[in-house]
Design a binder for this molecule. Structure first.
Ligand SMILES: Cc1ncc(COP(=O)(O)O)c(C=O)c1O
Length: 325
């Protein structure tokens, strides 16, 4: 990525994305997602989610999401502040929304006393490291569309999901009926930069104004575009994501063998969720940074990335073994 940034750091180009590098990067998005997508680069993931949602909602509407969704718990209320929408957050055992949970909310349509559900927002891969299958995505999109709603995907880890399912990006987005996607660059190895992808150009009609007003129009766009080019022109995006997933599977299977440690979710992407007895968490955190995900059950979240090595995993597991002994 540093090389990619360096490579586009030649001479002068027009600012705000009106440059050849950005044109090439946009073309690559069209190659991966289909020629009709509209693509806008932004600085970060919260911005991608908030502005993507803003483009497709009105303030009296609602966004239905999982209780664990980044938009619900990790964006400091930005989605509510900038869209004006109420988030309806539903509890899920594994971070994945299911149609049966959304269905009971559909009776409020037309009732002026209630916010009007407009968007179903899911995270792929989910915040609990699980992955929606193609069939699940299609069914959610169909359900949303049948109820005059749209399907938004927080794809901060969409590359991990595609690698996990061994499918093309298009198969779990365009072909599944997704309407708006936050495409994650940062968690796939970019230094910074995400993209908002609209699968129907008409939804992107006002987006250039929304992005600018939302303070996410990068003047030196080429440094984001150059990174996306490096990621998407070959298979770097898939190799990096598949590697992170593989390391997570290794970490999961090794941790499972440690007495007293219990995995709480299947390892389907690059995250491992495990119950670690409370007294051991702090000693482990002295050496490794990780979050306690759920204090109540002493569950931690461990994430692997494109540069996690097998030695990293083995060293961590060895420390866990020594600590819990
Ligand atoms: C599911 C999810 N969405 C979006 C983001 C992006 O957030 P940021 O605004 O930090 O780039 C993250 C980062 O942790 C995430 O985990």
């Amino acid at each position: 990525m540093i090389e990619a940034i360096s490579a586009v750091n030649e001479g002068h180009v027009i600012a705000y994305g009106d440059d050849d590098i950005t044109a090439r990067a946009v073309k690559l998005f069209k190659k991966h997602f289909g020629k009709d997508v509209a693509v806008y680069f932004v600085f970060g993931g919260t911005g991608a989610n908030v502005l993507g949602l803003k483009a497709i909602t009105k303030p009296y509407q609602a966004v239905i999401c999982a209780e664990t969704a980044h938009i619900n718990v990790d964006e400091c209320g930005a989605p509510e502040k900038f869209t004006g929408c109420k988030l309806i957050a539903l509890a899920t055992p594994d971070g994945k929304l299911r149609i049966e949970q959304i269905e009971p909310l559909m009776h409020v349509f037309g009732n002026e006393h209630h916010v009007q559900p407009r968007v179903v927002s899911i995270s792929q891969a989910s915040e609990m490291g699980t992955v929606y299958t193609k069939q699940e995505l299609k069914a959610l999109a169909q359900f949303a569309h049948d109820n005059n709603m749209l399907l938004h995907v927080d794809g901060a880890r969409i590359a991990n999901a595609a690698a996990s399912l061994n499918v093309a990006l298009k198969e779990i987005t365009t072909d599944a009926g997704v309407d708006v996607l936050s495409f994650g660059g940062t968690k796939n190895g970019m230094m910074y930069g995400e993209a908002v992808v609209f699968f129907d150009e008409r939804m992107a009609h006002d987006f250039k104004y929304i992005r600018k007003q939302g303070m996410h129009l990068p003047s030196k766009m080429r440094y984001i575009s150059g990174q996306f080019e490096a990621l998407l022109s070959g298979d770097l995006w898939r190799r990096s994501a598949a590697h992170a997933n593989r390391m997570a599977r290794l970490l999961g299977s090794e941790l499972e063998k440690v007495p007293g440690i219990k995995l709480t979710q299947p390892v389907e992407a690059n995250g491992v969720f495990a119950v670690v007895p409370k007294q051991f968490i702090e000693p482990l955190q002295k050496k490794y940074f990780f979050y306690t995900w759920n204090e109540a059950i002493s569950e931690v979240r461990l994430m692997c990335s494109f540069d996690t090595t097998e030695e990293d995993v083995q060293e961590f597991v060895a420390l866990v073994r020594r600590t819990v002994k």
